[in-house]
Design a protein around this ligand. Sequence first.
Ligand code: ACO
Length: 164
Amino acid sequence: MSPPYMITSDESLQIPQFSEGYRLRPIELADYKRGALDVLKNLTTVGDISREEFSELVKMWQRNPEIYHTYVIMNPLDKVVAIGSIIIEAKLIHHCGKVGHIEDIAVNSSEQGKRLGLSLIRYLLALGRKNGCYKVILDCDPANEGFYLKCGLSRAGYEMEYRF
Ligand code: ACO
């Protein structure tokens, strides 16, 4: 059976249109004051990140656009309400193939259930396709499996970790 949403062509890379003035765009330095870190607190511990630390990291991403792609969804009040990244890994296997890693997806609790997460994932998948990835992978909590299945992904393998 086909997944519910197929990323079939570069047309999928068009920025999705949202109702009520929501919009998707790459992260900017000024998103520090627009709530980017607060959105990530819906996912995990973020820590006390200064404006300078935030700027240094975003600038490093911007200097490496072939690897790092972090996008935000803004609401009509110009607040960040969703965030997520795809990191493009260049490999030797599969004839110097590329794999996309989707990381750190979060939607503000007050904005969940509006299909913002789905739109963000679909866009990141399309970005992976456009950048030549032969697959895109991610790790998630079992509680989010249903969400990712609805985004068209399927379960594969086990997650392993070594914590420091
Ligand atoms: N389990 C099953 N189905 C779900 C779940 C879930 N946990 N969450 C959403 N869905 C369904 C929705 O009902 C909807 O179904 P429909 O198409 O039939 O209406 C569909 O998935 C799309 O849902 P969205 O409205 O796009 O989901 P939302 O915008 O709320 O975002 C997300 C989902 C990102 C999981 C959000 O709830 C969130 O931020 N949670 C807290 C942080 C988190 O866990 N992030 C994911 C970490 S994994 C990672 O970063 C790789």
